[in-house]
Design a protein around this ligand. Sequence first.
Ligand code: AMP
Length: 217
Amino acid sequence: MNILFIGAPGSGKGTQARLLSEKYDFVQLSTGDLLRKAIASNSDVGLQAKKFMDQGMLVPDDVMISLVQSWILTQKNKSIIFDGFPRTVAQAQALSSVLLNQSLKMDFVIYFKVDQSDLVTRLTGRRTCKSCGEIYHIEFKKPKVDGVCDLCSGVLVQRTDDREDVITERLHQFEKNTEPTIQYYRNLGALYELDSSSAAEIVFDSIIKKLNLGKIG
Ligand code: AMP
């Protein structure tokens, strides 16, 4: 089963994708994480992507499509949660062809809806583990020890693009490019709209119900 989580930055896609892949048999494709790793390893893709990411802009479609295409080929038919890709209509169309070529399909597209006014608070307060990528929040999801990841004891940092000036551009890119992508899936009759303003556990329960997955734990 392949699932797409689509929504604005800060709408909770990453948190839910991590939860789902920890508890069920999914691999998470977070294109943001993939790009941050590429930057950390100084690869060509990382160098190309950094200048866009630092400004809150989208990395060009051709770079993203080839990155995702190669990644999918390494997954050998595992169930995938797409988190952060596609973000443009061109990416969505390319993904459909890539999946079709592999005799795969997108089974569910879930749109994470949150009030615009909540997004800035969610993003500016977000802290991320430098080692494992676990996501925290200075008010809503505090770690047990300040600044330290509960899971791996890594250091919690604020992403450089979670600062207010960059967030404005990221939200603008969402409206300009990703809202039309959401409409693309809506037109295909494939969109499930989820209110993701509730607590993470409640949102998670709605997702597993929608996906018809048995409750674990
Ligand atoms: P994220 O971690 O999903 O918030 O992504 C962080 C940044 O990575 C975005 O602001 C973009 O600059 C870049 N990025 C991630 N996914 C994509 C994508 N599908 N298309 C273009 N840029 C992307």
